[in-house]
Design a protein around this ligand. Structure first.
Ligand SMILES: CC(C)(COP(=O)(O)OP(=O)(O)OC[C@H]1O[C@@H](n2cnc3c(N)ncnc32)[C@H](O)[C@@H]1OP(=O)(O)O)[C@@H](O)C(=O)NCCC(=O)NCCS
Length: 304
């Protein structure tokens, strides 16, 4: 590592620098979302000449899961060991070591997951992460006609789709905990402030929460949907249709590979084909926790 760069703990006042760093590596992030991330993560970055040139954030979701996101090194500083250094420092400081303690039989630490880019994969593999799943990015511009037709086909399910209210929070947190297998209750209030569209699905009989889905608007060009939590493909599809209603730009959803029926529906009925596939990597465990059959779209590539 170059002696000119020093590692620092990330604080909320680093948010503008993180956004600049993201822009430099070609990522467009939501400022309020990044602020929530920094407030709830153990985050570190290298600073050189007063400029943030690297970052890694680790989110602690209780003893069953932690998640790593925003691993970035400024292009001018890549391939000099900063990525490896900031990732390892952050994981150590967050206390989520997934390596074996000397002489101990059992693995220690918290299972730690991340969504990898192609360029990040060698670094993660060298750091003990293995690919346990794939995430499929579906992107398209659904026409008003496609949204209407998709909605028409879905009308017969016994759920009511309505806007999310604050009073749904406890049920939402319970559903998210069951699906993801980690506790994101501290993160959610800030996350909810960073979304523009929020819908839930309730049982027509007893009113029980059957699903919830959220979306973030990036200008007028891109609507990023996530998370999508639902009891069934039909409920997930209804929620996504409602989120996409009246939106004129592109829509993106990052869907677990296993949700084949939902992904087929996204591509054929809504006009959102798969455009990219990313590995989901894990260290300190063999499979992701939770009931993943009810996860139809992740919250955010950095948050899981
Ligand atoms: C991925 C990233 C963080 C790596 O940072 P870095 O500082 O360049 O990485 P390091 O110099 O610490 O390299 C660590 C190891 O990663 C691998 N690696 C890093 N960049 C690589 C590349 N472009 N191609 C292949 N392997 C690469 C190598 O194994 C390297 O070890 P080596 O130098 O001994 O060969 C950086 O390229 C980046 O910010 N990319 C854009 C954002 C991104 O995709 N982040 C990952 C999000 S999941």
């Amino acid at each position: 590592m170059t002696p000119a760069a020093s590692l620092q703990r990330l604080q909320p006042d680093n948010v503008p620098h993180l956004l600049n760093l993201a822009e430099a590596v070609g990522w467009r992030l939501s400022p309020p979302r990044v602020e929530t991330m920094v407030r709830h993560a153990v985050g570190f970055g290298h600073v050189a000449d007063g400029r943030l040139i690297s970052s890694t954030l680790c989110f602690l979701y209780g003893g069953a899961l932690s998640f790593v996101g925003l691993v970035m090194v400024h292009p001018e500083w890549q391939r000099q060991g900063l990525g490896r250094a900031v990732l390892h420092h952050c994981l150590t400081e967050a206390g989520v070591r997934g390596d074996r303690a000397a002489g101990a039989a059992a693995e220690i630490g918290v299972p730690t997951a991340l969504v990898s880019t192609d360029v990040g994969r060698p670094l993660y593999e060298a750091s003990g992460f293995v690919t346990v799943a794939f995430l499929c990015r579906h992107v398209g511009r659904p026409s008003a006609g496609a949204v209407g037709r998709a909605q028409g086909r879905l009308r017969r399910t016994a759920v009511q789709i309505r806007p999310y209210h604050d009073t749904d929070l406890a049920d939402l947190l319970q559903l998210d905990r069951t699906v993801v297998g980690g506790d994101r209750s501290r993160l959610y209030p800030g996350f909810l402030r960073s979304v523009q569209r929020a819908w839930v699905a309730c049982d027509l009989g007893d009113g029980r929460l059957q699903g919830a889905a959220f979306a973030t608007e990036f200008g007028r060009e891109m609507l990023v949907v996530g998370p999508v939590l639902a009891e069934s493909v039909e409920v997930a599809a209804q929620l996504v249709v409602r989120l996409a209603e009246g939106w004129g730009g592109l829509v993106r959803v990052d869907v677990p590979f296993e949700q084949a029926a939902f992904r087929k529906w996204l591509a054929s009925a809504l006009g959102l084909p798969e455009v990219h596939r990313s590995p989901v990597m894990l260290r300190g465990g063999t499979s992701l926790p939770g009931d993943r059959t009810r996860l139809f779209g992740i919250m955010d590539a950095a948050l899981g």
